[in-house]
Design a protein around this ligand. Structure first.
Ligand SMILES: Nc1ncnc2c1ncn2[C@@H]1O[C@H](COP(=O)(O)OP(=O)(O)OP(=O)(O)O)[C@@H](O)[C@H]1O
Ligand SMILES: [Mg+2]
Length: 472
């Protein structure tokens, strides 16, 4: 058994976040590899020395760790840009906390996340957008990056048509729009169609996913920065300025931090933006369309979406139905996607086998129209003849297929699945699995033999399953 402290140190060493702990005299007592990597140092150069001795550019006033020691109050999510010991410009987001034991201050802790690459990429995208729109403005108007039009929205379901027709009418004006719908229901399509169907078509259409960037960066990207407003900041227009005259699409608005939501609300109300660190306000003429993939009232109730912002952006409220509520459109959508993707895959397939259509009509489509489109595109790519068969479909869909098998066989399959799940949950131990299933251990052992399930070995701990959140 490893001792508690050794264990803790081992865990802290391998974290992706930098961890820096000082005692009350300002001397570093713990400093992990990630922190060392960001600062361009070795842990041995930092541990046991006073903070200001290791980082001479800091002072009692500017060091967040020392400040936390003085005030005993945490400092959260501070974005910092600095040149590290290896001469690299790095940007981090830091949170510092006092460490109190039984109410007595024993030190301070800082957790830092390296967002240098994210920031570089975001700024590069920003500069490209600025260059692109700068060039376009000088030429004839261009349809811009919004490709879809109302005609591209396939579907005849009355509920769906109602939403599209409402959107078409709303396109004439400037009122903010909120588009609500599960993933893959066509939110982005509808937003682009609104822009292209509006008097703003030909002016910029800019989309920003609010979940893709950390708070400080998102603020800088949306509202712009002036040189020196924080370390490393340049004069850069924000998306509101870049989208002037056009449409700004804020996707996943519920992921926007609450402080920024307040700032966004002010811009929506005044039609003026102030760059981060600037004193001057600039008037902008931007139509804002927001999208959200969950029930906005739930997001409001859970404190992730400000109620006042919700009311302001949902002047026009459009809710796209999930595909399972408009199953009548499935044949039409299938036709559409078959025609659209056939040539790309040089596929001989022309139509769906009746069992495939049957399955499509009953499947619950958690990924909605996108999932249907992907299923058809995938099937086209592997189809052998003129007809797409069940075997050409992706596995998750196939598993949902009603099996044309005798009841006994289907029951056995269901039982097998339940037992395997219980075994996995119990780490392969029969006694534990039996408890989970609510049957005696002997019964389970018997069923294992009958069903021909061999007991799995001891559970294997794989590598870390957590992958970073991809951006779109
Ligand atoms: N009504 C439709 N007609 C034709 N194609 C559609 C329709 N709805 C969705 N699609 C297709 O599904 C894909 C996904 O749609 P879209 O990107 O608009 O979904 P979304 O609601 O924004 O999803 P997410 O929340 O995951 O971003 C589109 O690329 C488009 O090809
Ligand atoms: Mg989308």
């Amino acid at each position: 058994m490893i001792g508690g402290e050794a264990l803790l140190r081992a865990i802290l060493q391998v974290l992706d976040e930098g961890i820096h702990v000082i005692d009350t005299s300002g001397v570093t007592v713990f400093y992990n590899q990630a922190a060392a990597r960001v600062e361009g140092l070795e842990p041995s150069e930092v541990v046991g020395r006073h903070l200001l001795e290791v980082f001479p550019s800091l002072t009692e006033e500017t060091s967040t760790l020392l400040k936390v020691l003085r005030t005993r109050r945490p400092i959260l999510n501070q974005q910092q840009t600095f040149t590290n010991y290896k001469g690299h410009r790095v940007t981090t987001v830091n949170s510092s906390y006092p460490i109190l034991v039984d109410g007595r201050l024993v030190g301070a802790l800082e957790v830092s996340k390296d967002i240098t690459r994210v920031r570089e990429l975001a700024e590069a995208v920003q500069d490209l957008r600025a260059a692109l729109w700068g060039r376009r403005r000088s030429r004839a108007p261009d349809p811009g990056s919004a490709r879809y039009r109302f005609e591209d929205l396939v579907g005849e379901d009355p509920g769906f048509r109602q939403v599209v027709e409402k959107a078409r009418r709303a396109a004439r004006g400037d009122a903010p729009v909120l588009v609500v719908g599960e993933t893959g229901t066509g939110k982005e399509l509808l937003v682009q169609a609104i822009h292209n169907g509006s008097p703003r078509a030909g002016q910029p259409f800019i989309a920003q996913n609010c979940a893709a960037l950390p708070e400080g960066l998102l603020e800088a990207i949306l509202f712009g920065t002036v040189r020196g407003s924080f370390t490393g900041a340049e004069d850069r227009p924000g998306l509101f300025e870049l989208a002037d005259g056009g449409t700004l699409f804020l996707d996943e608005i519920n992921a926007m931090p609450l402080g920024l939501q307040a700032k966004l609300l002010r811009v929506l109300q005044d039609g003026r933006v102030r760059r981060v660190g600037d004193t001057r306000e600039r008037a902008v003429d931007v139509r804002v369309i927001a999208a959200i993939g969950e029930d906005p009232l739930a997001a409001v109730a859970e404190g992730r979406l400000r109620r006042d912002l919700f009311h302001r952006v949902s002047v026009v409220y459009l809710e796209l139905p999930p595909l399972r509520q408009r199953r009548g459109d499935i044949p039409l959508l299938c036709e559409h996607f078959l025609a659209r993707h056939r040539s790309g895959h040089q596929s001989p397939a022309r139509r769906l086998a009746p069992e495939v259509m049957e399955l499509f009509l009953h499947y619950h489509w958690p990924g909605n129209v996108r999932e249907l489109e992907n299923a058809i595109e995938g099937a086209l790519a592997v189809a052998r003849g003129e007809v797409i068969a069940l075997g050409d479909l992706p596995a998750p869909l196939l598993r949902a297929a009603p099996a044309p098998q005798p009841l006994r066989r289907r029951l056995a399959l269901a039982e097998r699945e339940a037992i395997l799940q219980a075994l996995a949950a119990a780490g392969g131990r029969v006694a534990g699995a039996a408890r989970l299933l609510g049957i005696p251990r002997q019964t389970l052992q018997y069923r294992l033999r009958v069903l021909g399930i061999s007991r799995p070995g001891p559970p294997r701990r794989g590598s870390r399953g957590q992958e970073g959140r991809g951006s779109e």
